[in-house]
Design a protein around this ligand. Structure first.
Ligand SMILES: Nc1nc2c(c(=O)[nH]1)N[C@H]1C(S)=C(S)[C@@H](COP(=O)(O)O)O[C@H]1N2
Ligand SMILES: [Mo]
Length: 251
């Protein structure tokens, strides 16, 4: 089964890679995202067929960890807000959690640590065609949700990031509540036994291990629980989704 998955994945990634300039820039070609969309629509059907919704992503051994976890996309947000927090070693960072929750709350990284902790070694697959294996440590998103208690009508969890992709257009991403409560879905503050590097999303980034790289929101500033993402960005659930990528990016 896993050989078959690997084969399908590499075929689909090759298809996507051939039609798209990359995911750290808007594609130069107008047709790129649309062609990719059809490849990813197939990918999603394949994923649903191969793995049930509770399936775990494969976890690896320490010896499999990549020497360098290639950073991609934004490598350091240049906004004054982020730069100020970074200069203070993120001591003043607070994750805001709001939207359709009973208890909107702010969390420091130390407060997140008290909610629960998980470490996992997984493989990150970027739509550009490269992969890296890393050891992530963080707070299960399920534990945070248990604390803030999503209210009536809650359906999606939206991640608002510090980095502007275009003028006044910050990176954002979203997952549904099932994916948010999956045991391997983490708010990660550690990579390979150390603090999460700035290039990889410090102080806090998402890990949703059954989906592609662009779902793994870095530099999370705020988490919002919503009923629909019609009101967020251009309404497709993420920055890259607003530029033609599939919202469900199953590997
Ligand atoms: N905030 C933010 N998150 C982001 C990106 C970004 O540019 N900004 N790039 C995405 C893409 S396309 C990938 S492949 C991964 C890269 O994560 P890494 O830098 O740890 O390799 O982050 C994703 N999350
Ligand atoms: Mo990516």
């Amino acid at each position: 089964m896993s050989d078959r998955r690997d084969f399908l994945r590499s075929t689909l990634l090759a298809l996507g890679g051939a039609t798209l300039a990359g995911c750290d820039r808007i594609s130069e070609s107008e047709s790129g995202p649309r062609l990719l969309e059809s490849a990813e629509a197939i990918n999603r059907r394949v994923q649903r067929f191969l793995s049930p919704s509770k399936a775990l992503a494969r976890e690896y051994a320490e010896s499999d960890i990549s020497a360098v976890f290639k950073p991609n996309g934004t490598l350091m947000p240049d906004t004054p807000l982020y730069q100020g927090l970074m200069k203070g070693g993120f001591a003043d960072y607070r994750l805001e959690v709001d939207g359709l929750v009973e208890k909107p709350t702010h969390f420091s990284i130390d407060e997140l640590r008290t909610l629960g902790m998980r470490t996992q070694i997984t493989r990150h697959d970027c739509v550009e065609g490269w992969s890296a294996i890393g050891k992530w440590t963080g707070t299960p998103l399920a534990a945070l949700l248990d604390h803030v208690k999503p209210g009536a009508g809650a359906r999606y969890v939206v991640f608002h990031c510090f980095d502007d992709m275009e003028q006044d257009t910050p990176y954002y991403e979203s997952v549904d509540l099932d994916e948010a409560r999956h045991p391997q879905t983490l708010l990660a503050y550690g990579l390979n036994g150390g603090a999460l590097p700035v290039a990889n999303g410090a102080p806090l980034r998402l890990r949703v291990e059954r989906q592609l790289g662009y779902k793994q929101a870095k530099y999370i500033r705020r988490i919002e629980v919503v009923a629909s993402f019609a009101e967020v960005g251009d309404g497709n659930g993420g920055y890259w989704e607003d530029n033609g990528y599939e919202w469900y990016a199953g590997i």
